[in-house]
Design a binder for this molecule. Structure first.
Ligand code: TUI
Length: 312
C-alpha cells in the first residue's frame, strides 16, 4: 500500500495515528510506528520538557520515524516548536491554528511539516508557506473541528493544492481508507480507533465508552463560542448545550470543560469529563494491538482496491 505519503515519511503504510491531546503519548506513538504506520505524540497544552521526555521515551521503543503534533493554541507552542528541532523529530503535524511562524525553522531543520486543515483557504496558505503535505480533517472527527465533512472537504483540498493530502475524520476501517483514496487522498489519519488499542494508556472507562457508543452518540459543544469540539454525549455535553441554547457567555461555558479532557482520560470520569471521539465511535467494537489494527486495515483496504490503479 505504497503512496507518495509513505515514501515521503519513510513508513510502510500511509496510516497516521492522530496526535490526540492527553491520549497520544509515547507508548501509542511508538507502537503505531513499529507496526508500519506513523505514530504521533500529541503535545496538546503540555510543557515543552514533557514533550522532550516523551520524544526520548518513544525513541527507546522504536527506531522508525514518528512525529509530534503541536496544538497551536497551547501556551507552550513556541517552546515545543523548538524542542521538536532540538530532539531531531522527523515529522510535525499542527492543529487548531496556522503554523506559519515556525515553518522556516522547521524546514531549515529538514523536518517534514504536515498542518491539519479544515478549509481550502488554510490549505492553500499552508502550501504557499512550504508545507510538505496536509491533513484535511472533516467534522466527523473528534475534538476541535471545522465546518466541512470529510466527503466534501478532501476533494476540494485535493483540487486546490499540489502537495499530498491525507484524509481524516470518520475513518475507522478499510472501507473508509478506500473511500479516502477515491477522494484523492494519499493516506489517512485516524484517531478514535487507536484510542481502544492495547498500547493506548487512557483510562479503561474511556475505552469502554467508545466500544459502547452508538452512531448518534457524539455531540458538538462550543459552536457559539467559535471553538466547536466533538465529544461523546454525557452530563457535561448536555449541560453545555443547554447553557449555549440559553445564550450563556464564554466564561460560564469554559468552566464546564476546564480540565475535562484530563478528567476523562486520566480519571475515567465519563460523566463530567470531555470524552472526545469521532462519529465513527459507533463502528469501533473490537480491541486489539496497534499492529493487529494496522494489519486489519491494510488487508481490508487492499481487498477493496484490487483492480484499481489509485495507488502505486
Ligand atoms: O486540532 C484538532 N483537534 C483537536 S485540538 C484539541 S485540544 C483542545 N481541547 C479543548 C478545546 C479545544 C482544543 C482537541 N482536538 N484538529 C485539527 C484541526 N484544526 N481541526 C480544525 C482545525 C483548525 C481550525 C481553525 C485549524 C485552523 C483554524 O484556523 C486557523 C486560521 O488561522 O485560519
Amino acid at each position: 500500500m505504497k503512496t507518495k505519503i509513505s515514501s515521503l515519511l519513510g513508513i510502510t503504510y500511509p496510516i497516521i495515528q492522530g496526535g490526540m491531546a492527553w491520549v497520544a503519548e509515547y507508548h501509542l506513538a511508538a507502537a503505531v510506528s513499529e507496526a508500519g504506520g506513523l505514530g504521533l505524540i500529541g503535545a496538546a497544552s503540555a510543557p515543552a520538557e514533557w514533550v522532550r521526555d516523551q520524544i526520548r521515551e518513544a525513541k527507546k521503543l522504536t527506531s522508525k520515524p514518528f512525529g509530534v503534533n503541536i496544538m497551536l493554541m497551547s501556551p507552550y507552542a513556541d517552546e515545543v516548536a523548538r524542542v521538536i528541532v532540538e530532539e531531531n523529530v522527523k515529522v510535525v503535524t499542527t492543529g487548531a491554528g496556522s503554523p506559519e511562524r515556525y515553518m522556516k525553522m522547521w524546514k531549515e531543520a529538514g523536518i517534514k511539516v504536515i498542518p491539519v486543515v479544515a478549509s481550502v483557504a488554510l490549505a492553500k496558505r499552508m502550501e504557499r508557506s512550504g508545507a510538505d503535505a496536509l491533513v484535511a480533517e472533516g467534522c466527523e472527527a473528534g475534538g476541535h473541528i471545522g465546518e466541512s465533512t470529510t466527503m466534501a472537504l478532501v476533494p476540494q483540498v485535493v483540487d486546490a493544492v499540489q502537495i499530498p493530502v491525507i484524509a481524516a475524520g470518520g475513518i475507522a476501517d478499510g472501507r473508509g481508507i478506500a473511500a479516502a483514496f477515491m477522494l484523492g487522498a494519499q493516506g489517512v489519519q485516524m484517531g478514535t480507533h487507536f484510542v481502544v488499542t492495547d498500547e493506548c494508556q487512557v483510562h479503561e472507562n474511556y475505552k469502554e465508552r467508545i466500544i459502547k457508543a452508538k452512531d448518534i452518540d457524539s455531540r458538538v459543544t462550543g459552536r457559539t463560542t467559535g471553538h466547536p469540539v466533538r465529544a461523546l454525549r454525557n452530563d457535561m455535553t448536555k449541560q453545555y448545550i443547554e447553557l449555549e441554547n440559553k445564550g450563556a457567555g464564554f466564561e460560564e461555558l469554559e468552566q464546564l470543560t476546564l480540565g475535562g479532557l484530563r478528567r476523562a482520560v486520566v480519571e475515567g470520569d465519563m460523566k463530567t469529563g470531555s470524552v472526545m471521539a469521532g462519529q465513527i465511535a459507533g463502528m469501533v467494537k473490537e480491541r486489539m494491538s496497534c499492529r493487529a489494527l494496522i494489519e486489519k486495515l491494510v488487508r481490508e483496504t487492499e481487498a477493496l482496491m484490487k483492480g484499481t490503479k489509485v495507488y502505486e
